[in-house]
Design a protein around this ligand. Structure first.
Ligand code: GLU
Length: 350
């Protein structure tokens, strides 16, 4: 999001019949110094470039990804510091509706970067699935981050044991714009069911769904998120919700046929109710941008992350296994952004 600086305009009207020349002169002096005062910060701001990174719900891992990236961007080049890099980037990573919202906002030029599931990166770039007729050719991959297993959490009371058990129940299918909403729709499609199969299909956000599950307002929810996650812990540790195994023949076919999906395991003891490994499938969280974002900005962001990767990894347990080789290849289907390629070549990684 490039914020262009508008120059403040101060218009002065000098009346032909002013009461005193002295007054008019004073007014002009005051106006001139006012315009100087206003112009000075604007001139120094011209060197800054604002970059905005779309994330996800405030209790998710995407929010940590975006803010960890901003932290690295500001680390060496905080404003007003005499030493360090002079890239002039000011970074912010607001909470958003998630993957598909981020991709849409990047396309519209309202966000410069975003975090998105690898399946939705693939579909947006190739114009498939929900992007049919809405292909986004300017989408660019930057790097991938942590794995995100798709998880169905069920309340203790619901006694749901598998995918079929969701029928006739109150299921949160996720807020529009989120990655899990899209993936849930894919799952419904391959199992030949619609929302009507559920007693109720709610559209709560990721930060609302665990409370709703614990309060007995819904029986289950679907969520694509890194492990561990505070929101999932709220339900699993807080009110005995379980993550069910997801291994149906249609899911096995889906994973076998699509490179952006992989089988995934949530290790036992991750949460109080994961007494044994949970078998499911998942995607990668990826960091994306577009051809509208300058090579220089992407280069600086990528450089800040990889030069400080050890610090970055400490900011969330889901980041602990990150390593550059996998980050620049796995889960990426749009072409790499030129600014990222420049840095990866400098490092000899490409
Ligand atoms: N995968 C989710 C989405 O695409 C977000 C997960 C998170 O916030 O960590 O919307």
């Amino acid at each position: 999001m490039s914020l262009s600086q508008s120059n403040p305009k101060i218009e002065s009207k000098v009346k032909s019949k002013s009461k005193s020349k002295m007054f008019a002169r004073c007014t002009l002096v005051v106006l001139a110094s006012l315009s100087l005062l206003v112009a000075t910060p604007s001139a120094s701001r011209a060197a800054s470039k604002f970059i905005a990174i779309g994330t996800g719900g405030p209790t998710g891992v995407y929010f940590v990804v975006g803010n960890a990236i901003c932290r690295m961007v500001h680390k060496e080049a905080a404003e007003g510091r005499s030493k360090g890099r002079k890239h002039g980037l000011r970074c912010s990573a607001p909470s958003t509706a998630g993957s598909n919202y981020n991709i849409g906002q990047i396309k519209a030029g309202a966000l410069d970067f975003g975090v998105a599931q690898s399946d939705w990166q693939y579909h947006a770039y190739n114009g498939s699935s929900k992007y049919k007729g809405k292909q986004f050719k300017g989408l660019r991959a930057v790097f991938s981050v942590h794995p995100e297993p798709f998880q169905i959490l069920v309340s203790k009371k619901s006694r749901i044991k598998n995918w079929d058990g969701l029928k006739g129940k109150r299921v949160n299918i996720g807020n529009p714009g989120s990655g899990q909403r899209g993936t849930m729709e894919v799952l419904m499609k391959i199992h030949n069911i619609s929302k009507d199969a559920f007693k109720q299909a709610t559209e709560l956000t990721s930060s609302e769904q665990s409370q709703a599950l614990c309060d007995g307002k819904i029986d289950a929810y679907g969520y694509t998120v890194g492990v561990p996650n505070a929101g999932v812990a709220q339900a699993a540790d807080g009110c005995g919700a379980k993550i069910i195994d997801l291994k149906t023949p249609p899911i096995e076919k889906l994973v076998a046929e699509n490179s952006y999906y992989a089988f995934a395991t949530i290790p036992k003891n991750t949460y109080k109710t994961t007494k044994k490994d949970v078998r499911t499938f998942g995607v990668k969280a990826t960091f994306v941008s577009s051809t509208r974002t300058s090579n220089a900005a992407v280069y600086e962001v990528v450089r800040a992350v990889f030069e400080n990767l050890e610090d970055f990894k400490k900011l969330h347990p889901a980041f602990q296994h990150l390593e550059p080789k996998a980050m620049i290849t796995e889960g990426l289907s749009a072409p790499l952004h030129k600014g990222a390629v420049k840095y990866y070549k400098e490092k000899g990684w490409m």
